[in-house]
Design a protein around this ligand. Structure first.
Ligand code: DQA
Length: 144
């Protein structure tokens, strides 16, 4: 089983950016944790972060061509703006879980829209970095 873990803009700044909302742990800590978790579960994981919308679309398409079984994605602010990422997830038809570190539903009005959500099999919000491993476990359960 192969999973793509994709993070959008500013998620490379974890630990530095707004720690009251996103915690004090870094992006590399997140990736180390995800890789360890996947190794324990016997899952291959490809981790990728970009600040650029088109690069994230390219990576969603790559997941298809590389035969990924699932995608875990935190699109960051593109959640609230990107029809291109929605279309990409719809195009590849790979089970995708949307993750947000913060509880977006309790934040500003402009964060209440998620374009990608309608193409996702599940959304996890407000569980901090644990949300990512929860998403992986969900996909393992759903796909096996
Ligand atoms: C976020 C929430 C988004 O609204 C924000 O733009 C982010 C991070 C989260 O993980 O809580 O960059 O996706």
């Amino acid at each position: 089983m192969k999973i793509y873990l994709l993070n959008g803009p500013n998620l490379n700044m974890l630990g530095i950016r707004e720690p009251d909302k996103y915690g004090s742990e870094s992006y590399s800590t997140l990736i180390d944790r995800v890789k360890k978790h996947c190794e324990e579960k016997g899952v291959e994981v490809v981790c990728y972060q970009s600040n650029h919308e088109g690069e994230l679309v390219d990576k969603i398409q790559e997941a298809y061509f590389e035969g990924a079984d699932g995608i875990v994605i935190n699109p960051g602010a593109y959640t609230h703006t990107s029809i291109a990422m929605l279309d990409a997830v719809k195009a590849v038809r790979i089970p995708t879980v949307e993750v947000h570190i913060s509880k977006v539903e309790e934040r500003e009005d402009f964060r209440q829209v998620s374009y990608i959500r309608s193409a996702c099999v599940k959304t996890i919000t407000g569980h901090g970095l644990m949300g990512y491993t929860e998403a992986i476990d969900y996909l393992i359960g759903a796909i096996k």
